[in-house]
Structures are given as C-alpha cells and as structure tokens.
Ligand binder design. Structure first.
Ligand SMILES: Cc1cc2nc3c(=O)[nH]c(=O)nc-3n(C[C@H](O)[C@H](O)[C@H](O)COP(=O)(O)OP(=O)(O)OC[C@H]3O[C@@H](n4cnc5c(N)ncnc54)[C@H](O)[C@@H]3O)c2cc1C
Length: 390
C-alpha cells in the first residue's frame, strides 16, 4: 500500500494552492460580506482546467482522475469553500451527469464547452417538498410532439442564477415511481425556464444557491438525458461521485480552519506566553490534525476507488459502485470539518467571533458539509443499508 502522492499530484497541489492564495484569498471576505458571485474568477478557473477536471481531453477536459479532483477541491476550499462548491456542482454533478449518461451528440454539444469553462453548469434534484426524499420529486415533464414540456420548481440549486446549462430531474411516469423520473438538459434561454429566489445563506455566501422554475418550459425531445424514467436512479450514481467532492470541500475547509488556529495559537500571548504552550490548546490542535488526516484518508480512498471503477469500466469490466465509501468519506469529513471549525473559533477566543480572522467564516461555511448532497443522517442510512445488504 502506497500512501504517497505522485510528483504530478504534489505539483498539482502546489499549483492550486498558489492559484487560490493569489487569485481568490484577497477577495474572499468581500465576496462573502456582499454575497457576490465571483464571476471574474470563472474564466481563470477555466484556464486552469478546474472546470473540466474529470473529463477526457477528447471532450475538452483536463483528463485527470478523482484523486486529482479531490486535491483541487480541497485546495480551493482551504481558501474559500464557495469556490469549492461552485467547481464541485459544475464538475461532478452537472457535467458528469451529461458525460456519464448522455449520448455522443450530447457529450459533444454540452460536455466539451462545459469542461472548457465556456459554459457553467448546475444540477437540480432537490425540491421544496423533496429534499432527503428526492424520489418524491413533483416537477413533471410531458411529451408534446418534438418537445418535452416541464412544469415545477427546484430549490437550492448551486449556480442556479449563473449557469448556462441545467440538468434537472422531472417525473415522466408517476406510476413507475423511482423508475418514472427522467433527467433533462435545459439551456438557460429555454422558453419557460428561469432562476427564482436566491437564498441569503449562513455560509458559502459567494456561491449562488437558487430556486429554478419551469413554467411550460419546452425543451427539444433530444434533451432527454439518459434512458426515460432512469434519471433518479442515475442521479444516485452521480451523487456517489459528488459526495467525494463534498468530502474534499469539508477537508479543505477543515485544513484552512486548522491552519488559522495554529497561526493564532503561536502568536497570541496570555499569562506571559503563547497560548500554543498551554496543553489544553495543544490537545485541541492534536485532535484537529488527527481527525483531518483520517478524513483525508477516507476521502482519498473513495477518490482512488472512483478512479479504479472508471478504469475497470473503460476496460469493459464492472464499474463497481462506491456508494458506501463515498458516503463514509462525506459523512466523516463533513462532521470533522464542523468540529475543527468550532475548535478553531474557540482557539481564537473573542477574536474568533469577529470577521478579523478567517475562523469565523470557516465556522459558517463548513455547516453545508453535513447537509448538502445528503445530510449526515441520510449518509448513515445509506451506509447502514450497504452494511446490512438492504
Ligand atoms: C448551499 C446548498 C447547496 C445545495 N446545492 C444543491 C444542488 O446544487 N442541487 C440540488 O439538487 N440540491 C442542492 N442542495 C440541497 C441539499 O442536497 C438538500 O438541502 C439536502 O439533501 C437536504 O434536504 P432538505 O434541505 O429538504 O432537508 P430535509 O430532507 O427536509 O431534512 C430535514 C432534517 O430531517 C432529517 N431527515 C430527513 N429524512 C430523514 C430520515 N429518513 N431519517 C432521519 N433523518 C431524516 C435530515 O437529515 C435533516 O436533518 C443544496 C443545499 C444547500 C444548503
């Protein structure tokens, strides 16, 4: 068993870190304060290849694997989780759904410009009445001649207002329940499509989380994505990969919070010495670092399994699901991020409660990791189902 990253992977980490510290860090607090979507950074992310990480070069992607993807999300999120989630929703949800289940024409038409960052993507599964129970989707799509007509609304769509392409799930045959929900590709100027309410959020405020609304929205018949009725089942597979990115998002934010706590503990003096010399603070830092390493191992293992599954699939073998491993990584890394960010604020004392230090923002941002792409409770249900063979 080899735990070391290759030279290329280490170089990639340094490159992303340099980019994040140079291009993102100076703006983080202003974007957060004003809840500004960082439009100016999108072309730079595209130039770096971060908007097409996991897609083959043939489709305009960077041709990298999930391990590299996890490193990129981790390093971006170490500086700003908002950028991490924007990149994650674009790559592993929207673009990956089209790449994995789209036909060749759809891959050419959408994956290539999405992977090159000419277009930004979003992915809409959640609805006001269908969150954890996403199979309870109420948005409907009916075939009318050469079109599908979609009616309904989705909530909490990352990139909802800024995306050029939306992949959304809608019921096409209610009687077939989970096998009666289909996926559709909707372009932002499709008649009857509009982004709705933008959420005013606790954290990740520079990312856009919005409602998307379909009112007699017409899309060409060929915009059905994957087999009719299989959109929900396919979504579960997309979430297997997506959860790796939320694990990496949590991991990166935990690392950022931890580093800010170490810096502060060395510099802040009380009772005549740096607080880092008090054992109570040292034990906190030791626990934080240990939990982060454990989260990193689970996240990288899930990413490694995803790469193995892709390689097996390409070789014509069985592309095994990694539901259990990605859920474990997401559950653990998400909860570690919340614990670590909490301790980072504690180590900063009263200053951790202010916007003068990054701990306060990490504390708000990390909470998404126990909620998005399946709450911690749902991850435990998913893992238990896998363990018990249900
Ligand atoms: C910032 C942000 C970005 C998001 N981005 C996207 C996106 O891009 N696309 C998208 O489709 N969705 C997105 N989501 C939605 C997210 O995936 C859902 O919020 C999440 O799945 C939970 O659904 P809910 O909010 O309706 O909570 P609910 O399902 O109503 O859950 C409420 C509480 O009940 C618990 N609960 C529910 N069912 C059970 C059960 N069976 N057993 C035990 N406990 C249970 C939950 O764990 C939770 O604690 C995003 C959400 C946020 C906050």
């Amino acid at each position: 068993m080899d735990f070391s990253l290759t030279d290329e992977q280490q170089h990639l980490r340094r490159t992303v870190r340099e980019f994040a510290e140079g291009e993102i860090a100076p703006h983080v607090m202003a974007w957060d304060e004003d809840s500004t979507f960082p439009s100016e950074i999108i072309p730079k992310l595209a130039e770096m290849g971060f908007l097409g990480v996991i897609f083959p070069e043939k489709y305009g992607g960077a041709g990298m694997g999930y391990l590299e993807y996890a490193i990129i999300i981790e390093e971006l999120s170490r500086v700003d989780g908002s950028i991490g989630i924007i990149v994650a929703a674009h790559n592993s949800l929207c673009t990956n759904h089209i790449f994995k289940f789209g036909n060749e024409a759809q891959r050419q038409e959408y994956v290539t410009p999405l992977a090159q960052g000419e277009l930004l993507g979003c992915w809409s599964l959640t609805e006001p009445e269908a969150g954890s129970d996403a199979g309870g989707t109420r948005t409907v799509a009916a075939r009318q001649g050469a079109c599908w007509v979609i009616n309904g609304a989705k909530t909490f769509t990352t990139n909802g207002h800024h995306a050029d392409v939306c992949v959304a799930m809608a019921v096409t045959d209610a009687a077939k329940k989970h096998h009666g929900i289909s996926a559709f590709i909707i372009e932002k100027d499709a008649p009857g499509f509009r982004p709705g309410k933008k959420e005013n959020k606790l954290g990740l405020r520079a990312s856009d989380t919005s409602e998307v609304v379909f009112t007699d929205c017409r899309v060409p018949a060929e915009n059905l994505l994957g087999a009719e009725g299989e959109g929900f089942v396919n979504s579960l597979q997309i979430l297997d990969g997506g959860r790796i990115s939320i694990a990496a998002l949590g991991l990166g934010m935990a690392q950022g919070a931890y580093e800010s706590a170490v810096r502060y503990a060395k510099q802040r003096k009380q009772f005549g010495k740096p607080i880092a010399e008090f054992q109570a603070i040292q034990f906190k830092l030791a626990d934080m670092a240990t939990q982060i390493e454990a989260a990193r191992l689970l996240t990288y293992r899930a990413a490694w399994l995803a790469d193995r599954a892709i390689a097996a699939g390409e070789a014509g073998g069985d592309a095994a699901r990694l539901t259990r491993e990605s859920s474990m990584a997401k559950l653990y890394a998400g909860e570690v991020a919340v614990r670590v960010a909490n301790e980072a604020v504690q180590i900063h004392g009263g200053y951790g409660f202010t916007k003068d230090y990054p701990a306060e923002k990490f504390y708000r941002d990390v909470k998404l990791c126990t909620i998005g792409e399946g709450t911690s409770e749902i991850q435990r249900l998913v893992i238990a189902r896998q363990l018990l063979g249900k």
